[in-house]
Design a protein around this ligand. Structure first.
Ligand SMILES: N[C@@H](CCC[C@H](N)C(=O)O)C(=O)O
Length: 290
């Protein structure tokens, strides 16, 4: 049996998108991992599953996110834009403004006239328990409106902002993202015992009009862009007094614009379809093999 999929990207953060509206899809973590595998599967940073709205809800769809490591997670900003492009292009809706349920609540994306997509990502949260971040015994250092926290990383102290965009982010500001230790310290931050649910580790550099950003993503490694990471870093930059809204976020895969006035975070950026295909379900590991 074959499974149809659409390969998409949002600013280079790439996705396999699967229609779970017209068919019922229920894979194991090992099967999601195989689909995302760049050597033995299709290859993606995340796999997105579009499902019908939960019964009795006031939303249009449900959208689920699986990291390349097979784990299901709460939120994905670049994925939200690709989700809209997908449901419109596949004829699953005629709407341009859509309400969609995610694991971390309802978000509201809309397709703009220029083809870009703006997503109301909801408000950020900063309280350590909401990340979750174990701040026991740590003294925060105020910077502007922000609290920065000392995190021990490989014998050094990194001063991080903790932000939840529905999913967890640790953002630090660096002099030059090109030389930032993303590949070496990113995994250490992701797996720090201070973050019981692990964390996405952002490295941001203030530049005129915005920030440059690289993100080591939980469950996926460094990606060319991270939408929720861009929201978290832009909000941290605004709170620290390093940027003003709207913040232009330059990632290695493209530009995202993040607006925040203290309420919902609005993210605007591109979403593109690369190709469609089908994968033989026999290529996936059996559900019992885990
Ligand atoms: N690439 C995404 C974030 C995907 C989930 C993240 N890796 C996590 O584990 O929270 C984005 O564009 O936001």
């Amino acid at each position: 049996m074959k499974l149809r999929f659409t390969k998409m990207h949002g600013a280079g953060n790439d996705f396999v998108v699967i229609d779970g509206v017209r068919q019922r899809i229920d894979f194991t973590p090992g099967q999601w991992r195989r689909i995302a595998d760049r050597h033995f599967g299709i290859g993606a940073d995340q796999v997105l599953l579009v499902e019908p709205a939960p019964a009795g809800s006031d939303v249009d769809f449900r959208y689920r996110i699986f990291n390349a490591d097979g784990g299901e997670v709460e939120q994905c900003g670049n994925g939200a834009r690709c989700f809209v492009r997908f449901v419109v292009d596949q004829g699953l809706t005629a709407k341009r403004a859509i309400r969609v349920a995610t694991m971390s609540g309802v978000i509201e994306p809309r397709l703009e006239a220029d083809g870009r997509i703006t997503v109301d990502m909801g408000p950020p949260a900063f309280e350590p328990a909401r990340i979750p971040f174990d701040a026991a015994g740590l003294a925060p250092r105020p910077q502007g409106q922000d609290d920065t926290w000392p995190l021990a990383v490989d014998g050094a102290t990194r001063w991080i902002s903790v932000v939840s965009m529905g999913n967890p982010h640790a953002v630090q500001f660096v002099d030059d993202v090109d030389t930032a230790p993303v590949a070496s310290e990113g995994p250490l931050i992701e797996h720090s015992p201070r973050f019981p649910a692990r964390v996405n580790a952002g490295f941001a550099q203030p530049v005129p009009g915005g920030i440059r950003l690289r993100v080591w993503e939980r469950g996926a490694g460094e990606t060319l862009a991270c939408g929720t990471g861009a929201c978290a870093a832009a909000v941290a930059a605004i709170r620290r007094g390093l940027a003003i809204s709207p913040v232009q976020v330059h990632t290695r895969g493209g530009l995202l614009s993040i607006a925040w006035d203290g309420g919902s975070v609005f993210m605007t950026g591109p979403a593109a379809t690369v190709f469609e295909g089908e994968i033989d379900l026999a290529a996936l590991p059996s559900p019992d093999s885990e």
